[in-house]
Design a protein around this ligand. Structure first.
Ligand code: PFF
Length: 454
């Protein structure tokens, strides 16, 4: 019951879901994907994926979670006992665990940048005598850091411990409350940075790259990346929204919640693009070796270095990003924790340890991917990128197809009831959503998946 009380207020409920959605996916992963996949063409496909597939799949997760009132595997079990459908709930648990393992690493980079901003080390010696920012200095710093061993490893470990602390000592509510205050501030900061970025010389080229689509750039690989990004960013296909919705009050309107969460999440990503791309073209960073993965960590300090009160903006931004990352890691971890707790009947404390301790080994492999383990390649990708691609571009879409089929065909009554909050009249959008979940979403996701893999 205490759990139920957590989401008693409407704002609390939407905010916690937004808190899970907004994170490094928007700030770090989105710009990197846009850059790797041809700019505006990717943006167009991504927006379509969020609107046409993301929102219906989110509604399916919400409906399943709220009506079952338990974790992802339990939810499938409840509605389809003694059938292999539970596997459809196990897949997201596995995917979310893999994601958690490399997400901790990027959260660790954020911690490093926060600490270095605070101490001033990030900006020390980066300007010449006249105060002009030295060429490529932040790129070199990031490269040195990310390719090192002890830095990324220690920060990743610090993040795992931080998560353990939050989950074990029940300060999760506090973190969520903190994030409710800080997330609007993150939007305000992004707006300020958008203004600064757009006034840089050469900014127009960056905006063109981000907003003027060249449709010939759309390939199956671009579409699958856009789909993966949309699902990653909305926290879909990982069981997290099933787990969260289990705590939603019965009167919450699911459609309104799904639309609000999706639009806010998309807005954060697009604002981030407006911050990054003008800066990328203005500073000539487009062809940096570490493009993609390290893009944001190379570009943002360049922007801050050109603003008055550099250190203040930098500290504030990386602090907010750290909190955003923490609300996301805690929510991802919750998927596995509640799974272990419910399925293996463990205490919460034991479940937290069972989930987080193995990360000291698994996350280490990702943390060292760009340094001492850069020679370890799977399917031509370093370990970090391999896990990201496997979990995001393959496992999330597959989990989502299964969810759509389950809700669309096997338990359509769940969606009908939940969308209308069990009122007499059907929800006006119930039919179109059910149609999308039955036919459009599974077919489209499958086509994207297969063509992307071929
Ligand atoms: N959606 C989060 C982000 O964009 O950073 C990441 C995330 C949170 C993924 C929760 C998965 C999850 F279950």
């Amino acid at each position: 019951m205490a759990q139920k009380a957590k989401f008693a207020s409407k704002i609390g409920l939407v905010a916690a879901t937004v808190g899970s959605a907004i994170g490094l996916g928007n700030v770090w992963r989105f710009p990197a994907e846009v850059q790797a996949n041809g700019g505006a063409a990717f943006l167009v496909v991504y927006v379509l994926c969020v609107l046409l597939l993301g929102i219906p799949v989110m509604l399916a997760e919400f409906s399943l979670g709220r009506s079952a009132g338990t974790d992802a595997v339990g939810a499938y079990r409840k509605f389809s006992p003694r059938s292999p459908w539970w596997l459809a709930g196990a897949l997201p648990v596995l995917a979310s665990y893999l994601i958690l393992s490399f997400y901790m690493v990027v959260a660790g980079w954020t911690l490093e940048y926060f600490v270095q901003s605070l101490s001033g080390a990030l900006y020390a010696g980066t300007a010449d005598a006249s105060g002009a920012v030295l060429d490529g200095v932040f790129r070199d710093r990031m490269r040195e850091y990310i390719c090192g061993s002890s830095g990324p490893l220690l920060n990743t470990y610090a993040l795992i411990l931080l998560n353990l602390g939050v989950l074990l000592f029940g300060v999760r509510k506090g973190i969520e409350r903190l994030s409710n205050v800080l997330m609007p501030l993150l939007f305000v900061l992004l707006l300020v940075f958008c203004g600064v970025s757009m006034s840089l010389p050469g900014a127009a080229d960056g905006l063109r790259f981000f907003f003027a689509p060249d449709f010939s750039k759309i390939t199956p690989a671009v579409v699958i990346s856009a789909l993966g990004q949309a699902f990653f960013s909305l926290s879909l296909g990982m069981g997290i929204l099933i787990t969260y919705a289990a705590y939603y009050p019965k009167k919450t309107r699911l459609m309104r919640t799904a639309v609000t969460v999706s639009l806010l999440d998309m807005m954060a990503a697009i604002l981030m693009g407006v911050v990054i791309f003008p800066a990328v073209t203005s500073f000539g960073l487009g062809d940096a070796e570490l493009e993609g993965t390290a893009l944001v960590f190379v570009t943002l300090p360049e922007v801050f270095a050109r603003m008055p009160c550099t250190q203040l903006w930098s500290v504030l931004f990386f602090l907010l990003l750290l909190v955003a990352a923490l609300t996301s890691t805690v929510s991802i971890a919750e998927v596995s924790v509640s799974f272990v707790q419910n399925r293996f009947r463990r205490s919460r404390r034991a479940a937290c340890l069972i989930v987080l301790l193995p990360l000291f080994a698994l996350s280490a492999l990702s943390a060292l991917s760009f340094g001492s383990l850069s020679g370890l390649k799977l399917c031509g990708l370093v370990f970090f990128d391999f896990l990201d691609t496997l979990a995001t571009n393959i496992m999330l879409p597959v989990a989502s197809i299964l969810l759509c089929l389950f809700i669309g065909w096997r338990r359509p009554g769940v969606l009908r009831g939940e969308l209308s909050n069990y009122a007499e009249a059907d929800h006006r959008l119930q039919r179109p959503v059910a149609f999308v979940l039955r036919w459009i979403a599974p077919a489209l996701i499958l086509i994207v998946l297969v063509s992307g893999l071929l």
